[in-house]
Ligand binder design. Structure first.
Ligand code: DAH
Length: 347
């Protein structure tokens, strides 16, 4: 049987050559485990005379503590060494450029609508909403477009279930809904941006789904000059202070008189260019004085109340402002194109 001194020397020697934690564990089992050298030596205690038992016991405990401390110190040393190596290998170079985070931005159409909303809200208009699935009477009949009217041809749309339920072909039904809700007693100032639908074949200038921004003002003593002044203010805010406006006579069933509203071409300043087809003018909306029949249909007495209405094509505004020549650009979600407009907008 090895004596205590010898065991301690052996452990120290072996510890010196140990380089990893597995080996260290094996060593621990070899000496401190149940069947290890130290345990075996401890069992000798039973054979000793009483007076030696105490001394031997104390020496055994001392040896156990010493070996345990040696092994624990070595473990700490090996663990630290491992950590240091890991840190050295995984060193982070803080001077490397960071990975670019992709940041989204609002759709260009959404941006134009928000711009228009802001201008109108600053003039006291409410922004309201209406359903995209609409009834024939709101989309057409109450707007003075009875069944069989030829004006319906230009607004052929998608019908759902039967001929009475359709996808709205214009945002004008929101005029009707707003007037009916107001009960014929209150003045109204509202705009309604929203999706509209028509049974069109998609090409560079047509889309079966597009967006309009409807506007309605109803009050007492409102005249065409109020419409002109309002339109002029809006145009200057959207297209710049030097923007000139003009009205051209037109025809809509729900307004009388009706006009097309033009702005002077912001690209050539009225000189004539490809954008304005050499006319110096660009049409941006349809508008007019609310037809007495429509006021009556919606509970407003046309002898007391008058008003004006207008409808912008949102895509048309965005196309003009950002020089986009294909309406499908808004809907084909090509990130490269969307980023391009985002960049232009920032310049
Ligand atoms: N709803 C018309 C269209 O889709 C546009 C329009 C014209 C709206 C004149 C109006 C208006 O409110 O007064 O063609």
């Amino acid at each position: 049987m090895k004596d205590l001194e010898q065991i301690l020397i052996e452990v120290k020697e072996k510890l010196e050559s140990i380089t990893d934690l597995n080996e260290l564990n094996n060593l621990k089992v070899e000496y401190l485990g149940k069947k290890g050298s130290i345990s075996l030596l401890s069992s000798k205690i039973a054979t000793l005379p009483v007076e030696e038992k105490k001394i031997f016991g104390a020496e055994m405990n001392k040896l156990k503590t010493e070996v345990t401390t040696l092994i624990d110190d070595k473990r700490l040393f090996l663990e630290n060494k491992k950590l240091e190596e890991k840190l050295k290998n995984e060193k982070i170079d803080v001077t490397l450029p960071a990975t670019k985070i992709q940041v989204g931005s609002p759709n260009i159409l959404e941006k134009i609508i928000e711009e228009v909303e802001e201008v109108f809200m600053s003039m006291g208009y409410d922004v309201v909403d209406g359903p995209e699935i609409e009834e024939d009477r709101y989309n057409f009949e109450l707007l003075n477009i009875p069944k069989g009217h030829p004006a319906r041809d230009a607004q052929d749309t998608f019908y759902i279930k039967d001929e009475e339920i359709l996808l709205r072909s214009q945002t004008s039904p929101v005029q009707v809904r707003t007037m009916l809700d107001a009960g014929g007693e209150e003045p109204i100032r509202m705009i309604c941006p929203g999706k509209t639908y028509r049974r069109d074949d998609d090409d560079a200038t047509h889309s079966h789904q597009f967006m309009q921004i409807e506007g309605l003002l109803v009050d007492k003593d409102i005249s065409l000059s109020d419409l002109k002044g309002t339109f002029d203010t809006i145009a200057k805010r959207l297209f710049g202070e030097d923007c000139v406006t003009r009205f051209r006579p037109s025809y809509y069933q729900f307004t009388e008189p009706s006009v097309e509203t033009d702005i002077s071409c912001f690209k050539c300043k009225g000189e004539g260019c490809s954008l304005c087809k050499n006319t110096g003018w660009i049409t941006v909306s349809g508008a007019g004085m609310v037809h007495p029949n429509v006021l009556k249909n919606c509970g407003y007495d046309p002898n007391i109340w008058t008003g004006f209405a207008f409808g912008f094509g949102a895509e048309r505004l965005a196309m003009l402002k950002y020089g986009i020549n294909d309406i499908r650009t808004f809907y084909n979600t090509d990130l490269r194109e969307l980023k391009e407009f985002d960049r232009k907008d920032c310049e």
